[in-house]
Design a protein around this ligand. Structure first.
Ligand code: ISE
Length: 339
């Protein structure tokens, strides 16, 4: 049976927005990009030229309520995510919101409560590592008991240069949020305390962050360590490693071949997250469009988006106090119990 066609509207046409639009328009069979909105209309106009029959919008609300739009993808700047997702919920439309779900705990709470009030799942959060084949193999191995009870999560997240000194809050809420989510997902356990250490980009700018380390304790007593480098100096690389009672499992993610020549052995490393996570973004979008078509839902929830921000908030506090900080206990509502 042919899948129902899903007419998608995309809000925000930056790097990731364009990538999602191209996946939806060219690589996924049951989706059509019918509407695109960006504050810079020239951006929207440029990309709709690649999507047959798509309209350019200047207002996000008009796009969300347009009767020709079945579902929405939000890839606008982080600080707009919560309000836009709330608008989708009000219009009763399925939405894939890029991470983070919000930039603070209160807004994320409003989103998951609004979704709960609708009585059905409408929100998926763009924690695409759940769809990354190497991460999935690690998850599968853990679930199969291959390394026994997990004792330690280790996540390394090395970025290429952003071109500016990043504020600590941005490094935590925009980058480390992925690793916080991966830690919860792979360990299948909630984080109970965090301790942050960091190196500033410039000693005179104390709120900047070049390198971040987050020490984690989980509710069951296991441990974790997250490293986020804002500028690796060599490329983009993300890996996870789990040490369990019986052994250890680690992703191997470099996809380029190993070349031996002139007394050297080399392997090039991806330089952007779009290349490194290409398969993950595609699979995420396929899974989402399938879920929208069938009315089912999988993937990271608004609850995951909220809890990751609760942890991120404790990380921000730990940065300020220089001390380990307890993560408040939040209990998963029944609504999110079947993930
Ligand atoms: C960016 O927004 C992403 O989502 C990337 O996956 C992440 O690696 C990067 O640090 C973020 O800034």
């Amino acid at each position: 049976m042919k899948d129902r066609e899903i007419r998608v509207g995309v809000i925000g046409v930056g790097k990731i927005g364009s990538h999602h639009i191209r996946n939806l328009a060219q690589r996924i069979s049951n989706t059509r990009v019918v509407a695109v909105m960006d504050v810079d209309q020239a951006n929207a106009d440029a990309i709709i030229a690649e999507c047959h029959g798509s309209k350019s919008f200047t207002s996000a609300d008009t796009l969300i309520t347009d009767p020709d739009v079945d579902a929405v993808v939000i890839t606008a700047p982080d600080q707009t995510h919560a309000e836009l997702t709330l608008a989708c919920l009000k219009a009763n439309k399925p939405v894939l919101c890029e991470k983070p779900l919000a930039t603070n705990v209160e807004d994320a709470e409003r989103v998951f409560q609004a979704e709960t009030a609708t009585g059905h799942r409408l929100v998926q959060v763009g924690f695409m590592r759940n769809f990354d084949p190497p991460h999935r193999k690690v998850k599968h191995a853990i679930t199969e008991g291959e390394v026994g009870q997990p004792l330690l999560f280790r996540g390394t997240h090395y970025n290429t240069n952003f071109g500016y000194d990043r504020h600590i809050d941005e490094v935590i809420v925009n980058s480390a949020i992925h690793d916080i989510h991966s830690a919860r997902w792979l360990m299948d356990e909630e984080i109970s305390s965090v301790y942050v250490q960091s190196v500033a980009s410039d000693v005179s700018k104390t709120n900047t962050c070049r390198f971040l380390v987050i020490h984690l304790t989980f509710r069951n007593g296991s441990l974790g360590l997250i490293e986020v480098n804002s500028d690796s100096g060599y490329g983009y690389e993300v890996n996870v490693e789990i040490t369990g009672e019986l052994g250890q499992i680690r992703t191997t993610t470099l996809s380029n071949p190993i070349v031996r020549r002139s007394g050297n052995r080399r392997q090039s490393i991806e330089t952007s997250w779009l290349a490194r996570f290409d398969a993950a973004y595609l699979s995420e979008m396929q899974s989402w469009s399938q879920a929208v078509a069938t009315g089912g839902f999988g993937g990271p929830t608004a609850w995951d988006g909220y809890v990751s921000l609760v942890v991120a908030n404790s990380c921000k506090r730990s940065f300020q106090t220089g001390q380990p900080e307890t993560v408040p206990i939040v209990n998963r509502p029944e609504f999110y119990s079947h993930q």
